[in-house]
Ligand binder design. Structure first.
Ligand code: URA
Length: 486
Protein backbone atom coordinates (compact mmCIF):
# COMPACT_ATOMS: atom_id res chain seq x y z
CA UNK A 1 0.00 0.00 0.00
CA UNK A 2 1.60 3.35 -1.02
CA UNK A 3 2.33 5.52 2.04
CA UNK A 4 1.07 9.10 2.10
CA UNK A 5 3.81 11.72 2.61
CA UNK A 6 4.74 12.23 6.31
CA UNK A 7 3.22 15.71 6.32
CA UNK A 8 -0.13 14.52 4.82
CA UNK A 9 -3.16 15.98 6.56
CA UNK A 10 -4.51 13.74 9.35
CA UNK A 11 -8.23 13.26 9.94
CA UNK A 12 -10.18 11.77 12.80
CA UNK A 13 -13.06 9.34 12.71
CA UNK A 14 -15.38 8.66 15.62
CA UNK A 15 -17.21 5.36 16.18
CA UNK A 16 -19.91 5.33 18.83
CA UNK A 17 -20.68 2.78 20.12
CA UNK A 18 -17.37 1.33 19.00
CA UNK A 19 -18.54 -2.32 18.91
CA UNK A 20 -21.38 -1.67 16.51
CA UNK A 21 -21.05 -2.22 12.76
CA UNK A 22 -23.30 0.62 11.58
CA UNK A 23 -21.35 3.61 13.02
CA UNK A 24 -18.02 2.08 11.93
CA UNK A 25 -19.39 1.39 8.46
CA UNK A 26 -20.73 4.93 8.15
CA UNK A 27 -17.39 6.43 9.28
CA UNK A 28 -15.37 4.18 6.95
CA UNK A 29 -17.64 5.13 4.04
CA UNK A 30 -17.02 8.85 4.66
CA UNK A 31 -13.25 8.25 4.60
CA UNK A 32 -13.36 6.04 1.50
CA UNK A 33 -15.49 8.54 -0.44
CA UNK A 34 -12.88 11.21 0.31
CA UNK A 35 -10.07 8.87 -0.68
CA UNK A 36 -8.38 9.17 2.73
CA UNK A 37 -5.69 6.49 3.05
CA UNK A 38 -5.52 4.36 6.21
CA UNK A 39 -2.33 5.94 7.66
CA UNK A 40 -3.97 9.40 7.59
CA UNK A 41 -6.74 8.38 9.97
CA UNK A 42 -7.03 8.58 13.76
CA UNK A 43 -9.84 6.35 14.97
CA UNK A 44 -11.63 7.47 18.13
CA UNK A 45 -13.83 5.16 20.21
CA UNK A 46 -17.00 6.46 21.87
CA UNK A 47 -18.08 10.04 22.46
CA UNK A 48 -15.15 11.57 24.36
CA UNK A 49 -13.70 14.70 22.74
CA UNK A 50 -10.13 15.96 23.05
CA UNK A 51 -8.67 19.27 21.94
CA UNK A 52 -5.86 17.33 20.29
CA UNK A 53 -8.19 15.45 17.93
CA UNK A 54 -7.46 15.95 14.22
CA UNK A 55 -10.34 17.52 12.25
CA UNK A 56 -13.22 15.20 11.52
CA UNK A 57 -12.90 13.35 8.20
CA UNK A 58 -16.23 14.84 7.10
CA UNK A 59 -14.31 18.09 6.64
CA UNK A 60 -11.91 16.53 4.11
CA UNK A 61 -12.49 17.57 0.47
CA UNK A 62 -14.81 15.30 -1.51
CA UNK A 63 -13.47 14.38 -5.00
CA UNK A 64 -15.87 15.26 -7.83
CA UNK A 65 -16.04 11.64 -8.99
CA UNK A 66 -16.61 10.16 -5.48
CA UNK A 67 -18.67 6.97 -5.58
CA UNK A 68 -19.54 4.54 -2.79
CA UNK A 69 -17.73 1.23 -3.39
CA UNK A 70 -19.48 -2.11 -3.03
CA UNK A 71 -18.25 -4.16 -0.11
CA UNK A 72 -18.38 -7.98 0.03
CA UNK A 73 -20.79 -9.49 2.56
CA UNK A 74 -18.12 -11.69 4.14
CA UNK A 75 -16.05 -8.62 4.98
CA UNK A 76 -19.03 -7.03 6.74
CA UNK A 77 -19.66 -10.22 8.70
CA UNK A 78 -16.01 -10.34 9.75
CA UNK A 79 -16.07 -6.63 10.66
CA UNK A 80 -19.24 -7.01 12.77
CA UNK A 81 -17.55 -9.72 14.84
CA UNK A 82 -14.09 -8.05 15.08
CA UNK A 83 -15.60 -4.78 16.29
CA UNK A 84 -16.74 -6.52 19.48
CA UNK A 85 -13.08 -7.16 20.39
CA UNK A 86 -11.47 -4.83 22.93
CA UNK A 87 -8.31 -4.33 20.86
CA UNK A 88 -8.15 -0.54 20.17
CA UNK A 89 -6.37 -1.24 16.85
CA UNK A 90 -9.30 -3.14 15.36
CA UNK A 91 -11.00 -0.05 13.87
CA UNK A 92 -7.86 0.87 11.90
CA UNK A 93 -7.18 -2.77 10.99
CA UNK A 94 -10.64 -3.15 9.49
CA UNK A 95 -10.31 0.08 7.51
CA UNK A 96 -6.93 -1.09 6.17
CA UNK A 97 -8.58 -4.30 4.99
CA UNK A 98 -11.48 -2.39 3.48
CA UNK A 99 -9.08 -0.05 1.69
CA UNK A 100 -7.20 -3.00 0.22
CA UNK A 101 -10.44 -4.72 -0.85
CA UNK A 102 -11.57 -1.58 -2.66
CA UNK A 103 -8.14 -0.81 -4.14
CA UNK A 104 -7.36 -3.87 -6.24
CA UNK A 105 -7.16 -6.70 -3.64
CA UNK A 106 -10.83 -7.72 -3.70
CA UNK A 107 -10.18 -11.31 -2.62
CA UNK A 108 -7.63 -10.57 0.09
CA UNK A 109 -9.86 -12.28 2.68
CA UNK A 110 -9.32 -15.60 0.95
CA UNK A 111 -5.61 -15.46 1.82
CA UNK A 112 -5.46 -16.68 5.43
CA UNK A 113 -1.67 -16.10 5.54
CA UNK A 114 -2.00 -12.35 4.93
CA UNK A 115 -0.97 -10.52 8.12
CA UNK A 116 -4.10 -8.30 8.29
CA UNK A 117 -6.44 -11.20 7.53
CA UNK A 118 -4.68 -13.38 10.09
CA UNK A 119 -5.06 -10.69 12.75
CA UNK A 120 -8.72 -10.00 11.92
CA UNK A 121 -9.57 -13.72 11.96
CA UNK A 122 -7.82 -14.05 15.33
CA UNK A 123 -9.88 -11.19 16.79
CA UNK A 124 -13.11 -12.65 15.41
CA UNK A 125 -12.30 -16.05 16.85
CA UNK A 126 -11.66 -14.57 20.30
CA UNK A 127 -15.04 -12.79 20.15
CA UNK A 128 -16.80 -15.98 19.10
CA UNK A 129 -15.18 -17.89 21.96
CA UNK A 130 -16.22 -15.21 24.45
CA UNK A 131 -19.76 -15.29 23.04
CA UNK A 132 -19.93 -19.04 23.48
CA UNK A 133 -18.69 -18.77 27.08
CA UNK A 134 -21.28 -16.13 27.91
CA UNK A 135 -24.08 -18.28 26.51
CA UNK A 136 -22.86 -21.23 28.53
CA UNK A 137 -21.90 -19.63 31.83
CA UNK A 138 -24.47 -16.95 32.55
CA UNK A 139 -26.43 -18.06 35.64
CA UNK A 140 -29.56 -16.16 36.58
CA UNK A 141 -30.46 -15.67 40.22
CA UNK A 142 -33.90 -14.81 41.45
CA UNK A 143 -34.34 -11.21 42.65
CA UNK A 144 -35.34 -11.33 46.34
CA UNK A 145 -38.98 -10.33 46.76
CA UNK A 146 -39.70 -10.55 43.01
CA UNK A 147 -40.42 -14.20 42.29
CA UNK A 148 -40.32 -13.98 38.50
CA UNK A 149 -37.40 -11.60 38.04
CA UNK A 150 -33.86 -12.82 37.53
CA UNK A 151 -30.46 -11.13 37.39
CA UNK A 152 -27.12 -12.50 36.28
CA UNK A 153 -23.67 -11.05 36.71
CA UNK A 154 -21.09 -11.80 34.03
CA UNK A 155 -17.67 -10.45 33.05
CA UNK A 156 -17.14 -10.91 29.34
CA UNK A 157 -13.71 -10.19 27.91
CA UNK A 158 -15.06 -8.29 24.93
CA UNK A 159 -17.95 -6.01 23.95
CA UNK A 160 -20.40 -8.84 23.38
CA UNK A 161 -23.48 -7.90 25.42
CA UNK A 162 -25.40 -6.51 22.42
CA UNK A 163 -24.39 -9.48 20.33
CA UNK A 164 -25.49 -12.12 22.84
CA UNK A 165 -28.61 -10.42 24.26
CA UNK A 166 -31.00 -11.61 21.49
CA UNK A 167 -29.96 -15.18 22.25
CA UNK A 168 -31.08 -14.82 25.89
CA UNK A 169 -34.28 -13.06 24.81
CA UNK A 170 -35.16 -16.05 22.61
CA UNK A 171 -34.14 -18.55 25.25
CA UNK A 172 -35.81 -16.95 28.26
CA UNK A 173 -38.72 -15.28 26.48
CA UNK A 174 -41.17 -15.85 29.30
CA UNK A 175 -38.93 -14.51 32.10
CA UNK A 176 -38.05 -10.97 33.18
CA UNK A 177 -34.30 -10.84 33.42
CA UNK A 178 -31.25 -8.60 33.37
CA UNK A 179 -27.60 -9.37 32.70
CA UNK A 180 -25.16 -7.00 34.36
CA UNK A 181 -21.56 -6.66 33.24
CA UNK A 182 -18.90 -4.11 34.25
CA UNK A 183 -19.28 -2.08 31.05
CA UNK A 184 -22.84 -2.63 29.86
CA UNK A 185 -26.15 -4.10 31.01
CA UNK A 186 -29.17 -5.45 29.28
CA UNK A 187 -32.68 -6.15 30.51
CA UNK A 188 -35.61 -8.06 29.02
CA UNK A 189 -39.17 -7.32 30.19
CA UNK A 190 -40.80 -10.07 28.14
CA UNK A 191 -41.28 -7.70 25.17
CA UNK A 192 -38.11 -5.78 24.39
CA UNK A 193 -34.42 -5.53 25.20
CA UNK A 194 -33.15 -2.39 26.92
CA UNK A 195 -29.43 -1.64 27.14
CA UNK A 196 -27.82 0.48 29.83
CA UNK A 197 -24.49 1.32 31.45
CA UNK A 198 -22.27 -1.15 33.30
CA UNK A 199 -22.89 -2.23 36.87
CA UNK A 200 -21.11 -3.62 39.91
CA UNK A 201 -21.04 -7.20 41.12
CA UNK A 202 -22.97 -6.16 44.25
CA UNK A 203 -25.91 -5.02 42.09
CA UNK A 204 -26.76 -8.66 41.30
CA UNK A 205 -28.20 -11.01 43.95
CA UNK A 206 -25.63 -13.36 45.44
CA UNK A 207 -27.63 -16.52 45.90
CA UNK A 208 -31.12 -17.92 45.63
CA UNK A 209 -33.08 -21.08 46.27
CA UNK A 210 -32.38 -22.42 42.78
CA UNK A 211 -28.70 -22.46 43.57
CA UNK A 212 -28.71 -25.38 45.98
CA UNK A 213 -30.98 -27.42 43.70
CA UNK A 214 -28.65 -26.74 40.84
CA UNK A 215 -25.70 -27.86 42.97
CA UNK A 216 -27.48 -31.06 43.98
CA UNK A 217 -28.26 -31.73 40.36
CA UNK A 218 -24.67 -31.09 39.29
CA UNK A 219 -23.24 -33.29 42.06
CA UNK A 220 -25.57 -36.08 40.94
CA UNK A 221 -24.71 -35.97 37.28
CA UNK A 222 -20.96 -35.52 37.86
CA UNK A 223 -19.33 -38.74 36.70
CA UNK A 224 -15.91 -39.19 38.33
CA UNK A 225 -14.93 -41.89 35.81
CA UNK A 226 -15.20 -39.37 32.99
CA UNK A 227 -13.25 -36.62 34.70
CA UNK A 228 -10.70 -34.99 32.41
CA UNK A 229 -9.39 -31.97 34.28
CA UNK A 230 -7.47 -30.58 31.30
CA UNK A 231 -10.58 -30.60 29.08
CA UNK A 232 -12.67 -29.24 31.93
CA UNK A 233 -10.30 -26.31 32.49
CA UNK A 234 -10.29 -25.62 28.76
CA UNK A 235 -14.09 -25.64 28.48
CA UNK A 236 -14.75 -23.98 31.80
CA UNK A 237 -11.77 -21.73 32.59
CA UNK A 238 -11.33 -20.93 36.28
CA UNK A 239 -12.14 -17.24 35.75
CA UNK A 240 -15.80 -18.17 35.17
CA UNK A 241 -16.02 -20.33 38.29
CA UNK A 242 -16.89 -17.61 40.75
CA UNK A 243 -20.22 -17.01 38.98
CA UNK A 244 -21.22 -20.67 38.72
CA UNK A 245 -23.06 -22.22 41.65
CA UNK A 246 -21.71 -25.66 40.74
CA UNK A 247 -18.12 -24.39 40.74
CA UNK A 248 -18.01 -24.36 44.53
CA UNK A 249 -18.43 -28.13 44.42
CA UNK A 250 -15.77 -28.75 41.81
CA UNK A 251 -12.58 -28.84 43.94
CA UNK A 252 -14.14 -31.44 46.27
CA UNK A 253 -15.63 -33.47 43.41
CA UNK A 254 -12.28 -33.49 41.63
CA UNK A 255 -10.42 -34.46 44.85
CA UNK A 256 -12.85 -37.34 45.51
CA UNK A 257 -12.95 -38.55 41.92
CA UNK A 258 -10.11 -41.09 42.29
CA UNK A 259 -11.67 -42.75 45.35
CA UNK A 260 -15.09 -42.82 43.78
CA UNK A 261 -13.79 -44.50 40.61
CA UNK A 262 -11.98 -47.09 42.77
CA UNK A 263 -15.24 -47.70 44.65
CA UNK A 264 -17.04 -48.23 41.33
CA UNK A 265 -14.39 -50.80 40.30
CA UNK A 266 -14.67 -52.63 43.62
CA UNK A 267 -18.46 -52.76 43.67
CA UNK A 268 -19.76 -56.21 42.59
CA UNK A 269 -21.59 -56.18 39.25
CA UNK A 270 -25.35 -56.07 39.65
CA UNK A 271 -27.53 -58.78 38.20
CA UNK A 272 -29.52 -57.51 35.24
CA UNK A 273 -32.93 -56.22 36.26
CA UNK A 274 -35.74 -58.44 34.96
CA UNK A 275 -38.65 -56.16 35.78
CA UNK A 276 -39.15 -52.98 33.84
CA UNK A 277 -38.04 -50.40 36.36
CA UNK A 278 -39.07 -46.80 36.54
CA UNK A 279 -35.59 -45.55 37.26
CA UNK A 280 -36.16 -42.75 39.72
CA UNK A 281 -32.62 -43.29 40.91
CA UNK A 282 -30.53 -40.61 42.58
CA UNK A 283 -28.25 -40.35 39.58
CA UNK A 284 -31.01 -39.13 37.36
CA UNK A 285 -33.62 -37.46 39.51
CA UNK A 286 -33.21 -34.12 41.21
CA UNK A 287 -34.49 -34.23 44.79
CA UNK A 288 -38.26 -34.26 45.19
CA UNK A 289 -38.11 -30.86 46.85
CA UNK A 290 -39.24 -27.76 45.03
CA UNK A 291 -42.25 -27.27 42.86
CA UNK A 292 -42.77 -28.14 39.22
CA UNK A 293 -42.27 -24.43 38.57
CA UNK A 294 -38.81 -24.57 40.15
CA UNK A 295 -37.96 -27.63 38.12
CA UNK A 296 -39.13 -25.84 34.97
CA UNK A 297 -36.80 -22.94 35.75
CA UNK A 298 -33.89 -25.28 36.35
CA UNK A 299 -34.59 -27.14 33.11
CA UNK A 300 -34.67 -23.89 31.17
CA UNK A 301 -31.08 -23.25 32.25
CA UNK A 302 -29.89 -26.81 31.53
CA UNK A 303 -26.68 -27.14 29.55
CA UNK A 304 -26.03 -30.83 30.04
CA UNK A 305 -26.08 -31.53 26.31
CA UNK A 306 -25.51 -29.23 23.34
CA UNK A 307 -29.17 -29.04 22.24
CA UNK A 308 -29.81 -25.85 24.23
CA UNK A 309 -27.51 -23.94 21.90
CA UNK A 310 -29.65 -24.17 18.79
CA UNK A 311 -33.09 -24.50 20.36
CA UNK A 312 -35.20 -21.43 21.09
CA UNK A 313 -36.08 -22.56 24.59
CA UNK A 314 -36.58 -25.61 26.78
CA UNK A 315 -40.13 -26.89 26.35
CA UNK A 316 -41.26 -28.16 29.72
CA UNK A 317 -44.37 -30.19 30.52
CA UNK A 318 -47.81 -28.63 30.67
CA UNK A 319 -50.91 -29.62 32.59
CA UNK A 320 -52.27 -29.99 36.11
CA UNK A 321 -49.58 -30.64 38.72
CA UNK A 322 -51.78 -33.46 40.10
CA UNK A 323 -52.85 -34.96 36.76
CA UNK A 324 -53.93 -38.60 36.88
CA UNK A 325 -52.47 -39.28 33.43
CA UNK A 326 -49.10 -38.20 32.09
CA UNK A 327 -48.51 -38.41 28.34
CA UNK A 328 -44.85 -38.38 27.30
CA UNK A 329 -43.67 -37.63 23.78
CA UNK A 330 -40.24 -37.58 22.21
CA UNK A 331 -39.13 -33.94 21.98
CA UNK A 332 -40.59 -30.58 20.97
CA UNK A 333 -40.90 -29.95 17.25
CA UNK A 334 -40.54 -26.70 15.35
CA UNK A 335 -43.84 -25.19 16.55
CA UNK A 336 -43.36 -26.34 20.14
CA UNK A 337 -39.84 -24.88 20.18
CA UNK A 338 -41.14 -21.47 19.13
CA UNK A 339 -44.22 -21.47 21.37
CA UNK A 340 -42.67 -23.12 24.40
CA UNK A 341 -45.56 -25.62 24.72
CA UNK A 342 -45.57 -29.38 24.15
CA UNK A 343 -47.76 -30.85 21.42
CA UNK A 344 -48.68 -27.53 19.85
CA UNK A 345 -47.85 -28.48 16.22
CA UNK A 346 -49.18 -31.07 13.73
CA UNK A 347 -48.49 -34.10 15.97
CA UNK A 348 -50.29 -32.30 18.79
CA UNK A 349 -53.27 -31.64 16.56
CA UNK A 350 -53.53 -35.33 15.74
CA UNK A 351 -53.32 -36.13 19.44
CA UNK A 352 -56.09 -33.57 20.04
CA UNK A 353 -58.25 -35.21 17.39
CA UNK A 354 -57.87 -38.65 19.00
CA UNK A 355 -58.54 -37.29 22.49
CA UNK A 356 -61.64 -35.44 21.26
CA UNK A 357 -62.96 -38.60 19.59
CA UNK A 358 -62.43 -40.52 22.81
CA UNK A 359 -64.02 -37.80 24.94
CA UNK A 360 -60.81 -37.20 26.92
CA UNK A 361 -60.23 -33.59 27.94
CA UNK A 362 -56.67 -32.60 27.05
CA UNK A 363 -56.69 -30.08 29.91
CA UNK A 364 -56.82 -32.96 32.44
CA UNK A 365 -53.58 -34.51 31.12
CA UNK A 366 -50.01 -33.61 31.94
CA UNK A 367 -48.22 -33.54 28.57
CA UNK A 368 -44.47 -33.58 28.37
CA UNK A 369 -41.49 -34.93 26.42
CA UNK A 370 -38.49 -37.16 27.08
CA UNK A 371 -36.20 -34.46 25.64
CA UNK A 372 -36.87 -30.81 26.38
CA UNK A 373 -34.97 -29.09 23.58
CA UNK A 374 -35.67 -29.29 19.84
CA UNK A 375 -33.02 -31.33 18.01
CA UNK A 376 -32.91 -30.25 14.42
CA UNK A 377 -30.79 -29.51 11.40
CA UNK A 378 -31.05 -26.24 9.53
CA UNK A 379 -31.56 -26.39 5.74
CA UNK A 380 -31.86 -22.80 4.56
CA UNK A 381 -34.85 -21.39 6.39
CA UNK A 382 -36.23 -24.81 7.32
CA UNK A 383 -35.45 -26.59 10.58
CA UNK A 384 -35.59 -30.32 10.01
CA UNK A 385 -36.45 -32.53 12.96
CA UNK A 386 -33.67 -34.95 14.00
CA UNK A 387 -34.15 -37.85 16.36
CA UNK A 388 -32.65 -37.18 19.76
CA UNK A 389 -29.52 -39.19 20.50
CA UNK A 390 -29.09 -41.32 23.57
CA UNK A 391 -26.88 -38.65 25.23
CA UNK A 392 -29.68 -36.10 24.80
CA UNK A 393 -32.22 -38.48 26.32
CA UNK A 394 -29.88 -39.24 29.23
CA UNK A 395 -29.16 -35.58 29.85
CA UNK A 396 -32.90 -34.86 30.03
CA UNK A 397 -33.90 -37.81 32.21
CA UNK A 398 -33.50 -35.86 35.44
CA UNK A 399 -36.13 -33.39 34.24
CA UNK A 400 -38.55 -36.10 33.13
CA UNK A 401 -38.01 -38.09 36.33
CA UNK A 402 -38.44 -34.87 38.30
CA UNK A 403 -41.78 -34.26 36.59
CA UNK A 404 -42.95 -37.81 37.30
CA UNK A 405 -41.83 -37.53 40.93
CA UNK A 406 -43.80 -34.32 41.41
CA UNK A 407 -46.97 -35.08 39.43
CA UNK A 408 -47.13 -38.71 40.63
CA UNK A 409 -49.53 -39.79 37.87
CA UNK A 410 -51.44 -43.05 38.19
CA UNK A 411 -50.93 -43.76 34.52
CA UNK A 412 -48.12 -42.95 32.11
CA UNK A 413 -48.61 -43.17 28.33
CA UNK A 414 -45.44 -43.06 26.25
CA UNK A 415 -45.79 -41.92 22.65
CA UNK A 416 -43.08 -43.51 20.53
CA UNK A 417 -39.87 -45.40 21.17
CA UNK A 418 -37.87 -42.53 22.67
CA UNK A 419 -40.33 -41.88 25.48
CA UNK A 420 -40.78 -45.62 26.05
CA UNK A 421 -37.01 -46.16 26.32
CA UNK A 422 -36.69 -43.25 28.73
CA UNK A 423 -39.41 -44.56 31.06
CA UNK A 424 -39.30 -48.36 30.61
CA UNK A 425 -35.61 -48.77 29.83
CA UNK A 426 -33.52 -49.12 26.72
CA UNK A 427 -34.58 -52.71 26.05
CA UNK A 428 -38.19 -51.75 25.56
CA UNK A 429 -39.40 -53.03 22.20
CA UNK A 430 -42.23 -50.86 20.90
CA UNK A 431 -43.25 -53.24 18.13
CA UNK A 432 -43.55 -56.11 20.57
CA UNK A 433 -44.85 -54.32 23.68
CA UNK A 434 -47.07 -51.64 22.16
CA UNK A 435 -50.38 -51.18 23.98
CA UNK A 436 -49.54 -53.61 26.81
CA UNK A 437 -49.87 -52.47 30.39
CA UNK A 438 -46.77 -52.53 32.54
CA UNK A 439 -46.49 -51.91 36.22
CA UNK A 440 -43.56 -49.81 37.18
CA UNK A 441 -41.63 -50.39 40.35
CA UNK A 442 -43.54 -47.82 42.35
CA UNK A 443 -46.92 -49.14 41.26
CA UNK A 444 -47.53 -46.58 38.50
CA UNK A 445 -49.16 -48.24 35.51
CA UNK A 446 -48.12 -47.38 32.00
CA UNK A 447 -47.96 -48.41 28.40
CA UNK A 448 -46.51 -47.20 25.16
CA UNK A 449 -48.05 -46.59 21.78
CA UNK A 450 -46.89 -45.16 18.48
CA UNK A 451 -46.05 -41.51 18.14
CA UNK A 452 -48.60 -39.31 16.33
CA UNK A 453 -45.78 -37.98 14.11
CA UNK A 454 -45.27 -41.56 12.90
CA UNK A 455 -48.96 -41.68 11.98
CA UNK A 456 -48.56 -38.46 9.98
CA UNK A 457 -45.53 -39.88 8.15
CA UNK A 458 -47.48 -42.80 6.64
CA UNK A 459 -47.25 -42.69 2.85
CA UNK A 460 -50.89 -42.63 1.72
CA UNK A 461 -54.31 -41.81 3.14
CA UNK A 462 -55.36 -45.41 3.72
CA UNK A 463 -52.20 -46.29 5.64
CA UNK A 464 -52.41 -43.08 7.58
CA UNK A 465 -55.99 -43.82 8.58
CA UNK A 466 -55.04 -47.37 9.70
CA UNK A 467 -52.12 -46.00 11.71
CA UNK A 468 -54.38 -43.35 13.23
CA UNK A 469 -56.95 -45.95 14.31
CA UNK A 470 -54.23 -48.02 15.94
CA UNK A 471 -52.97 -44.94 17.80
CA UNK A 472 -56.46 -43.89 18.90
CA UNK A 473 -57.39 -47.41 19.99
CA UNK A 474 -54.27 -47.59 22.10
CA UNK A 475 -55.16 -44.27 23.72
CA UNK A 476 -58.64 -45.67 24.39
CA UNK A 477 -57.02 -47.93 26.98
CA UNK A 478 -57.05 -44.89 29.22
CA UNK A 479 -60.82 -45.34 29.42
CA UNK A 480 -60.74 -49.02 30.40
CA UNK A 481 -61.99 -49.66 33.89
CA UNK A 482 -59.85 -51.73 36.21
CA UNK A 483 -56.92 -51.79 33.89
CA UNK A 484 -54.99 -48.80 35.01
CA UNK A 485 -57.39 -46.53 33.23
CA UNK A 486 -59.88 -46.25 36.07
N1 URA B 1 -43.66 -34.44 19.16
C1 URA B 1 -43.40 -34.72 20.45
O1 URA B 1 -42.96 -35.80 20.80
N2 URA B 1 -43.64 -33.79 21.37
C2 URA B 1 -44.11 -32.61 21.07
O2 URA B 1 -44.28 -31.79 21.98
C3 URA B 1 -44.39 -32.32 19.72
C4 URA B 1 -44.15 -33.26 18.78
Amino acid sequence: MPRPPPDAQRWSLRVDPPWSLEPWREAAREALLRDVAPPQLDWIEGSEVSLLDAPAVQQAPMPADAAAPSVPRDFLDLAATCLCHRDPQRLALLYRLLWRITHGERSVLTNPADADVLRANGLAQAVRRDTHKMKAFVRFREVPGQPDAFIAWFEPEHHIVDRVAPFFARRFTGMRWAILTPSRSVAWDGQALAFGPGARREDAPAEDALESLWQTYYANIFNPARLNTRMMMQEMPAKYWRHLPEAQLLPQLVRDAGDRVQEMHDRPAQAPQRRIPLRRDAASAPPDTGSLQTLRQQASACRQCPLWETATQAVFGQGPADARVMVIGEQPGDTEDLRGQPFAGPAGQLLDRALAELGIDRATLYLTNAVKHFHHERRGKIRLHKRPESRHIQACRPWLMGEIARVRPQVIVCLGATAAASVFGRDFNLTHDRGRWHTLEDGTRGYATVHPAWVLRQGDDARREDAYRLFRDDLARLLQKGDGGD
